[in-house]
Design a protein around this ligand. Structure first.
Ligand SMILES: Nc1ncnc2c1ncn2[C@@H]1O[C@H](COP(=O)(O)OP(=O)(O)OP(=O)(O)O)[C@@H](O)[C@H]1O
Length: 371
């Protein structure tokens, strides 16, 4: 390799400067990510685009640092995630995100436009999503009225297609592990894009499940086998998708939702209504036009199938899509969802403790895994 090419190659390697390298069992260096074909942006270009990372340009704060809105001279808008130097966890997620998303391209995944590596500075540059994230619409009394049923169904379909791509069509295959409303970004036409791959895992060859003692994810969206045993697979993402689907239909958060004096999670409430033959009561009145009822009911039933307690009972994403499109006409009757029978560890006061342990939006529940 010529000196010039070697230099170019070096600049395409993101490195964490923290002494000894962490490696995987196969010897892969986790502190180094090779970003072939990913455009590099200079620090000065990004500083210009974001008005020197001005606080007025700040879109929010994620697990690995602030996110800024920027605009290039030609008018192209971007979102810049800047790795904050303080957080080691953030640095790991940053490297993971760069590694995972630089391989992916799908219209329902947020697009990574490039990166910046300049001394201590590390940034990832994304297409800008003017409507921010789904939670901002869904859980706001005024904004949710902008989401009629057609738009919501389009969002459900888009997320399911993005997830199908990750599970079955992308190379390598990906388990997202943190699917939730705040990780679904919306473009100008409210089309959904799955984002935040900081916790995603790459699955090789025929691998269909993995274990971890470090459970990362978000309270309310994690499947029982993942939250309690650290076991994750396509089906743990399917569980999160089911929670998300029920949230989209009801405009209610799975967590922090209380019905009457009893505290019921959304899953419990949905299951109660299902058993009382009163499932239409779950539908957000904003979308409750009787002409859509059969389509909405189908979506609720798919959602309930996805959140079933046992992994084997939950559908895969190809089946979910066939069910949503009515290619499968007769849907199975859902069995009991997870976290609905007894007061579960994730559903009682101990969840308060878990919430307190949350750093921004994720939890580390290694205790529940029973090391
Ligand atoms: N491409 C983008 N376009 C517009 N806004 C974005 C974009 N990416 C992120 N944001 C906004 O920036 C904020 C932080 O995003 P980020 O993905 O870093 O963290 P998060 O998902 O909110 O939290 P966590 O990383 O803890 O899960 C969010 O409020 C999101 O709405």
């Amino acid at each position: 390799m010529s000196k010039r090419n070697a230099l170019k190659e070096k600049s395409r390697v993101l490195q964490l400067d923290r002494g000894e390298a962490d490696t995987t069992a196969s010897g892969e260096n986790l502190n180094e990510v090779k970003l072939h074909d990913l455009p590099l942006f200079s620090f000065s270009k990004l500083a210009n685009a974001t008005n020197n990372f001005h606080s007025a340009n700040k879109l929010g704060q994620g697990g690995f640092g602030p996110v800024y809105k920027g605009e290039f001279r030609d008018g192209k808008e971007i979102a810049v995630k800047r790795l904050s130097k303080a957080s080691r966890q953030g640095a790991e997620e940053f490297m993971n995100e760069a590694k995972v998303i630089s391989h992916l391209q799908h219209r329902n995944l947020v697009r990574l436009l490039g990166c910046c590596v300049d001394g201590e500075e590390k940034m990832l540059i994304y297409e800008y999503m003017p409507n921010t994230s789904l939670d901002v619409f869904l859980f706001d009394p005024l904004k949710r009225q902008l989401l009629d049923w057609r738009k919501r169904f389009n969002i459900i379909e888009g997320i399911s297609r993005g997830l199908l791509y990750l599970h079955r069509d992308s190379r390598p295959r990906i388990i997202h592990r943190d699917l939730k409303a705040s990780n679904i970004l919306l473009d100008e036409e409210l089309n959904p894009k799955i984002s935040d791959f900081g916790m995603a895992r790459i699955f090789g060859g025929k691998q269909d499940q993995a274990n971890t003692i470090k459970v990362v994810g978000t309270y309310g969206y994690m499947s029982p086998e993942y939250a309690m045993e650290g076991r994750f697979s396509e089906k743990s993402d399917v569980f999160s998708f089911g929670v998300l689907l029920l949230e989209i239909v009801s405009s209610r958060k799975n967590t922090g939702f209380y019905h009457d004096e009893q505290s019921l999670s959304l899953l419990r409430y949905a299951w109660k209504l299902w058993n009382e033959n009163n499932i239409f009561a779950l539908i957000d009145p904003v979308i409750s036009d009787p002409s859509f009822h059969s389509e909405i009911l189908r979506c609720i039933q798919v959602g309930l199938l996805c959140v079933q307690e046992f992994v084997r009972d939950r559908p895969t994403m190809p089946t979910v899509i066939s069910m949503l499109n009515s290619e499968i006409v007769d849907l199975p009757t859902p069995k009991q969802p997870a976290f609905t029978e007894t007061q579960n560890a994730l559903d009682t006061e101990s969840s308060e403790q878990i919430r307190e342990n949350r750093s921004v939006n994720y939890v580390t529940i290694s205790v529940i895994g029973g090391r």
